[in-house]
Write a protein that binds this ligand. Structure first.
Ligand code: C2E
Ligand code: CA
Ligand code: CA
Ligand code: CA
Length: 278
């Protein structure tokens, strides 16, 4: 019976049907959204600890859905990855981030922008060329762009990672290893990657004030990263206590709700002009 059911059988599994239908309809809508321009980038400040000023921003994609309201990436990035839309979505992010960087430079507020790259994008043969082309098209210096790639993804396919990172570094784009601490990459592996930044995963930061273990891990990661010539960024900083601990540990940059939530581009200009005490 199972064999005869084939693909349809799986489709009628009660616990799957809603999810499958939901994903299918989201997929159709996401295709339209890309055409209709319903996606937007929000930007979250990264704070330079030593200079106590804005070090740059991370671009985080949002979907202004006509019916469902604003959707976060966790609802639609997996759909995009599963249905082959991540290439188009990723290209839109690259293009939009470069356009925005040009815009900020024009109003006298040049900004280093980080974009997130998914595993599938790393396997696109022309990824680096397209990033290079977008930078040129908008007249933005490559060193202003940072690509964030999760530690787990960098370990999935070591050869591809090394090759793509090498090519990104050669055109002058900076690389950050995201969500660091959730994978188990080795010291020798990290040394071989031309990355500039290590972003410590939020799970360690949220435990800083209550867990001596979390403090020991973060402290060790900061020292390790510095020994390898990398800047360390802590993500998900939500309290003054966490900030103080991280500054004490010599962390280079902080990012999190304590400073600012991700916001639309126009609000960022106002936010940075207010020059909040950091
Ligand atoms: P991520 O790269 O680790 O981004 C950080 C996430 O943590 C963001 O969630 C951000 O809004 C959130 N966050 C920042 N500060 C705090 C804090 O203090 N507390 C808490 N609880 N959360 C904080 P968001 O925007 O929902 O993005 C989720 C994930 O979606 C990102 O994780 C990233 O992996 C992915 N993503 C976002 N934009 C893109 C994109 O353009 N392309 C791709 N491929 N993935 C993206
Ligand atoms: Ca990120
Ligand atoms: Ca992260
Ligand atoms: Ca994450």
């Amino acid at each position: 019976a199972k064999r005869a059911g084939g693909r349809q059988y799986a489709f009628f599994e009660p616990h799957m049907s809603t999810n499958a239908h939901e994903q299918l309809s989201l997929q159709t809508e996401l295709r339209q959204a890309l055409e209709r321009g319903e996606l937007v980038l929000h930007y979250q400040p990264k704070i330079d600890c030593r200079r106590r000023e804005l070090a740059g921003v991370e671009a985080l994609v949002r979907w202004n859905h006509p019916v469902r309201g604003t959707l976060g990436p966790s609802t639609f990035i997996p759909v995009a990855e599963r249905f082959g839309l991540i290439g188009q979505l990723g290209q839109w992010v690259i293009e939009e981030a470069c356009r925005q960087m040009k815009d900020w430079a024009r109003v006298g507020m040049p900004m280093r922008v980080a974009i997130n790259l998914s595993a599938q994008q790393l396997h696109e043969a022309d990824l680096v060329e397209r990033i290079d082309a977008a930078l040129r098209r908008h007249g933005v210096a490559a060193s202003q762009l940072l690509c964030e790639i999760t530690e787990t993804v960098t370990m999935e396919d070591v050869n591809t990672t090394q090759e793509v990172f090498g090519r990104l570094a050669r055109i002058g784009v900076f690389i950050a290893i995201d969500d660091f601490g959730t994978g188990y990459s080795s010291l020798s592996y990290l040394r071989r990657l031309p990355a500039r930044q290590l972003k410590i995963d939020r799970s360690f930061i949220s435990d800083l004030e209550t867990s001596a273990d979390a403090r020991a891990v973060v402290d060790a990661v900061v020292r390790l990263a510095h020994a390898l010539g990398l800047r360390v960024v802590a993500e998900g900083v939500e309290t003054a206590g966490q900030r103080d601990i991280l500054v004490g540990m010599n962390c280079d940059e902080l990012q999190g709700y304590f400073f600012a939530r991700p916001m639309p581009a126009d609000q960022l200009v106002a936010w940075s002009r207010r020059r909040p005490s950091l």
